[in-house]
Design a protein around this ligand. Structure first.
Ligand SMILES: Nc1ncnc2c1ncn2[C@@H]1O[C@H](COP(=O)(O)OP(=O)(O)OP(=O)(O)O)[C@@H](O)[C@H]1O
Ligand SMILES: [Mg+2]
Length: 303
């Protein structure tokens, strides 16, 4: 991630963004927030609140009606359309309705991002089959989407979204069609990807899941507006601000060492077993990793 003009500390920055479809009233209003690389966010809100619409802005399928959307440090509104595909390839998407390619089997669906990226056929088989095993579908590699259950299709869609190790993963209700045990496994998969450095945004209604997540990681949409009860959207939490500052000056506190250890770990590929979520179906707090906290706080960061 080293585009010219990039603000190094942010991967997404919205400033006073609004979105309307056609001539209707705005479905998203006054959105101003910053997402930091390597962080993990949950987006929630009632049906119709605008979650999918916000995600569409994030995965560059939609341009806002007003405001500024910066991704990877670049203003996406003034970026020529011809440059957008290159940015889109850095974004993994799990669509609410899966959008698998019907005439391709599970293997070919998952292989798609690698083929688009020019990976040689000889190098595809191992990562794709390992990724499908990772989501519990080793036995369904040859299956076409119409023969898969909703939960199986969702897992193929997730495998396709993460196989290319995107810089940012945007997932729209990714656990909506699976049982709680599988939901937890999938969340652990996102967590593993996040530990490898991917910024993750998961839209969910899942109150069971949200109960286990710190408030500062939750983006709440209410009728198109982001509410900000903790103030974390505008101001990074104080402790986070301090540790951010310390890490800039390379001090040596244990909490920073912890995050350094995390970032210095050799980055296994997503297919690596070590990064796979565990199979334990516990019901405790969701494990967002040892000493997990967002690498950078959710808030209005340096612009
Ligand atoms: N393509 C579109 N054209 C016109 N209106 C749209 C379009 N897509 C969404 N909307 C409207 O925008 C609003 C927000 O929709 P959106 O799909 O973003 O909500 P959501 O929070 O994802 O809902 P859900 O939880 O049901 O998926 C709704 O009122 C919806 O009817
Ligand atoms: Mg939606």
């Amino acid at each position: 991630m080293s585009d010219a003009g990039q603000t190094p500390d942010t991967i997404v920055s919205f400033d006073n963004v609004g979105l309307r479809y056609g001539t209707d009233t705005e479905v998203l209003r006054d959105l101003s927030f910053t997402l930091f690389p390597g962080s993990f966010y949950f987006l929630t809100g009632a049906s119709g609140a605008g979650k999918t619409s916000l995600l569409k802005l994030l995965y560059l399928a939609q341009r806002p009606s007003r405001g500024v959307v910066k991704m990877f440090g670049r203003d996406m509104i003034t970026t020529p359309r011809s440059d957008l595909p290159a940015f889109r390839r850095r974004i993994g998407v799990v669509f609410q309705d899966f959008r698998l390619v019907e005439h391709m089997n599970a293997f070919d669906n998952v292989a798609l991002p690698l083929r688009v990226a020019g990976v040689r056929e000889a190098d595809l088989k191992q990562p794709v089959t390992e990724m499908l095993s990772w989501v519990g579908l080793a036995h369904r590699v040859e299956a076409f989407p119409t023969t898969l259950s909703g939960g199986e299709q969702q897992r193929v869609a997730i495998a396709r979204a993460v196989i290319g190790r995107p810089d940012i993963l945007v997932a729209d209700e990714p656990t909506g069609n699976v049982d709680p045990e599988m939901a937890l496994k999938l969340m652990r998969m996102f967590e593993a990807l996040n530990r490898l450095g991917t910024t993750v945004v998961v839209a969910t209604h899942d109150v069971h899941l949200l109960k286990k997540v710190p408030e500062s990681l939750i983006m709440r949409l209410d009728k198109g507006k982001l509410s900000d009860p903790t103030g974390a959207l505008k101001y990074p939490p104080r402790s986070e601000k301090r540790s951010e500052k310390r890490s800039e000056t390379s001090s040596d506190t244990s909490s920073e060492r912890r995050s350094e250890v995390r970032s210095e770990q050799p980055a296994p590929k997503p297919r690596a077993k070590a990064a796979a979520p565990s199979d334990e179906g516990d019901d405790g707090p969701i494990d967002l990793g040892p000493g997990f906290k967002p690498r950078k706080p959710f808030g209005r960061g340096p612009q």
